[in-house]
Design a protein around this ligand. Structure first.
Ligand code: NAD
Ligand code: MG
Length: 406
């Protein structure tokens, strides 16, 4: 029986993780759950999974949750904590074997790193933490003997298609030595794959979050529509698999049946396939190297009509081009890219920014800040903060000039 801490339990990945636990109650026990502020969902999870500790972000939410818990006399005592330090505390708790890192955005960096530094088995959904801290993050994984398993469906697929020696080597092995020639990172192209480019400036948040194949949180759904998500994944793949930008190729595959591929020097290409449901990579990583039931329907090839592949069009997806550019510039640039994108996506979701302006804000921030050297996590946080200031300044000055959509 392995004990589990879920950071971001009330989100899309958090709920899918709990569903895998629900299907395998003899294998996994929930030790701790964390959430931002959705205490109603968290309460239901506490009632069902009986964790020892829960963490919410602010004190008010913690107080409200404690009041609600008092009314449930049937539940055993649960520690209710709050704040970032408490998030780190539960992630490094000695009673925890495995940490699902599923907080969205930069807020996930310190709790995820706490799990890494405690040498846990870390299931990494929070790609933003790796995009921000890259080499520093991977050095901590190696130094603390943490086991890092990718949850992002593409990286989980690539991991599954890699030779066993690469899987075992804690990301230090170079895959070229094992006969791998290329990583083929697939992406659906999102909801605007066929929308005329001239219409993109007018698309609404509701249209952008309506992904054709995957059901996900709002931030990653917008990132999928701009393909910034594929850009973040490009950077994530570079660090996770010790690759260079030339080793990775983005392939548009609108059906999302192939979740990514690995090409070998002898001409073989190994693909991982399945229905687009995050419970597959979650179950794979939770049970690795064993296999367990995830609850996902088996893939029926007779229902797969088309199976197509195209090159990405950078005029349609400028965020993807910016991410690859940042990846080539260095880790400081990818921190800026990520922070500016978070500010821009939030403004877009709040109807304060047009869809195509997301790329403008990111480009402006990258030009203003460049790629400063980050030698410590404090440096990363300072660069992240500087990028947020620049991105917010752009938003404020353009609001004054009346460029905004609202
Ligand atoms: P979501 O928005 O559905 O859930 C986010 C979770 O983080 C929630 O539990 C929320 O309470 C918590 N949270 C939000 N802000 C927080 C803060 N400031 N401090 C602490 N907790 C906070 O997001 P999601 O779709 O589940 O994605 C989570 C992560 O997984 C993201 O990094 C995303 O890129 C990655 N990911 C998601 C999917 C997917 O299918 N949803 C696929 C691949 C990768
Ligand atoms: Mg993905």
């Amino acid at each position: 029986m392995q004990s589990l801490c879920i950071l971001g339990a009330t989100g899309s990945i958090g709920k899918s993780t709990l569903d895998v636990v629900r299907k395998n109650p003899d294998l996994y026990r929930v030790e701790s759950l964390t959430a931002n502020s959705n205490i109603n969902e968290l309460l239901l999870q506490i009632i069902e999974f009986k964790p020892t500790r829960v963490v919410v972000v602010n004190e008010k939410a913690a107080d409200q949750l404690s009041v609600k818990l008092k009314a449930h006399t049937e539940i055993d005592a649960v520690d209710v904590l709050h704040g970032e330090q408490a998030l780190c505390q539960v992630a490094q708790d000695m009673n925890v074997d495995m940490v699902m890192a599923a907080i969205v955005g930069a807020a996930g960096l310190l709790p995820t790193l706490a799990a890494v530094r405690a040498g846990k088995k870390v299931l990494l959904a929070n790609k933003e933490s790796l995009v921000m801290s890259g080499e520093l993050f991977m050095n901590e994984v190696i130094r603390h003997n943490a086991i890092l398993l990718p949850i992002d469906s593409e990286h989980n697929a690539i991991f599954q298609c890699m030779p066993f020696d690469v899987q075992k080597s804690a990301y230090q092995h170079h895959f070229a030595d094992q006969g791998v020639s290329k990583i083929l990172l697939t992406g659906s192209g999102g909801p605007f794959l066929n929308t005329p480019i001239s219409d993109l400036s007018c698309v609404t948040p509701e249209q952008a979050v309506a992904h054709p194949n995957w059901s996900m949180g709002r931030k990653i759904s917008v990132d999928s529509a701009t393909m910034m998500n594929k850009g973040l994944e490009f950077i994530e793949a570079k660090w996770l698999f010790n690759a260079s930008a030339e080793d990775i190729e983005v392939v548009i595959h609108p059906q999302s049946v192939i979740h990514s591929m690995v090409q070998y020097v002898d001409g073989s290409v190994i693909a991982q396939m399945g229905n687009p449901d995050m419970r597959t990579p979650i179950a794979h990583a939770m049970a690795f190297p064993q296999r367990i039931d995830s609850g996902v329907k088996p893939l029926n090839f007779f229902e797969c009509k088309d199976f197509t592949f195209t090159e990405p069009d950078f005029a349609r997806y400028p965020c993807l081009a910016l991410a690859i550019e940042a990846c080539n510039q260095g880790q400081g640039a990818t921190t800026v890219l990520n922070a500016a994108n978070e500010i821009a996506v939030e403004a877009f979701l709040n109807n304060q920014l047009g869809f195509t302006d997301i790329a403008t804000v990111v480009k402006h921030s990258m030009t203003a800040i460049g790629s400063p050297r980050a030698e410590s996590i404090d440096d990363v946080l300072a660069i992240d903060n500087a990028a947020r200031v620049v991105a917010n300044e752009w938003l404020n000055s353009n609001k004054r000039q009346g460029y905004m959509n609202v």
